[in-house]
Design a protein around this ligand. Sequence first.
Ligand code: GLN
Length: 507
Amino acid sequence: MTDVIGKTISEIKQLISSKQISAREVATLHIEHAKRNDKETNAFICLTEELALKQADAVDKNFASGGELPALGGVPICLKDNICVPDYPTTCGSKILENFKPPYQATSANRLFEAGAVCIGKGNLDEFAMGSSNENSAFSITRNPWNLKKVPGGSSGGPAVAVASGYSSIGFGSDTGGSIRLPASFCGIVGMKPTYGLVSRFGLVAYASSLDQIGPFGNSVEDCALALAVIVGKDPKDSTSIDDPFGKFNTKKYPALDMNFAKSLTGHDGSLKGIKIGVLNDLLGEGLESEVRAATENGIKVFKELGAEVDEVKVDHLDIALPVYYIIATAEASANLSRYDGVRYGARDKDSQDLMSMYMSTRSAGFGAEVKRRIMLGTYALSTGYYDAYYKKAQQVRRLIKEAFDKAFEKYDVLISPTSPTVAFGLGEKTDDPLTMYLSDIATIPINLAGLPGISVPCGFGREGLPIGMQLVGPQLSDARLLTVAHAFEKSVGFASKRSPLATVAR
Ligand code: GLN
């Protein structure tokens, strides 16, 4: 049987269109691979086998009757389990939504399914996407396929591990403060958080609405580009989605690129002449592992060899981005999560004698410790007497951070930093110390506060042979150019075809 595990989108499509294999066989092989190995990795909360086979059969039928293979025709995907798909539970990794089946489908899922994607399963996550290690899931602990004693990174650890283990070709997560880029970095794959508003959030269960953004995981930058091209665009169901992003903004500002991300990659000669890159110096300080520093320095060398001009840059206020984020994100979360009250959604404690005790016991049993911690923090920051001192102040500083980035982008096209100060850490290593855990996102969080696009690309190996990621950041709506720069970097840094042991073992 043709080997399809660990393949890119174009490799899978090529195998199907040359009739070496059917979409159904591709789906079946991925599901079998997941069933055999995911007992150890726990990438999935549930496999969606019936849906996958139905979708694969539709692709095969359309292709057999002379149709074109669509953009993602027959490509196996994993969706983070906070992206709604009807008929299956959308748990958000929480007991409170354990049996919740959404009556509607997320716009991004709609667009993916219309493009022929085949959904293999729903990926594990930190409860309500709150976490950096995936250890906050109420259901199981996801493990890193490079080393099963290590965390995969969070909160979109499930889809990241699905891609890194070869259970699916691409995956989709949500990134509020780094939840796509961090697991991509820890798992040795590419992960992108698009410009805020580029992808509809309709059907994505809200954590912190002004920061949340859906984005892709892939084995290559090109796969992320192809996947992103399918889900971008205005959605009348999400008022924050951007209208005609590239028609209005991008072509004027970045005339060489168009909406077709992948085309802008293939048409690119790989040179970065004329591109100005700023190294975010403040993110190369304390707490950085020496191998991460070395890989970043090597990355800088690669950019220079490609013809880019590289300088060090200081973006003000990055040192206070973390506290600002933890006020804004928790404030929004405390409001968003008030809907889980035992009445409208999900679980309910049926033994309570009155309404108030029903609310309290439902929420007390339904939410895990980290979610409760954040609801309390956020409620406090929004309460009368504290609102001005915390929430309002945090919003003001958020604006300053955004302006500091705007200033840097007057001079630079792309900013770079390590995605994380460390490689994947051990399971249980940081669970008792939330503040240390929060520091894992020090480089990714400012990007969400400013609404910018960011991508993590593998750039080497560190301690214990674990992958290291390089973060590339661009101005708002420069997503296509960012992908082009990331693509040129990926081709030269020499990591592109590396796969985790699980995606390469004899099957
Ligand atoms: N680790 C960060 C948090 O817990 C970011 C999570 C995310 O991006 N969803 O808030």
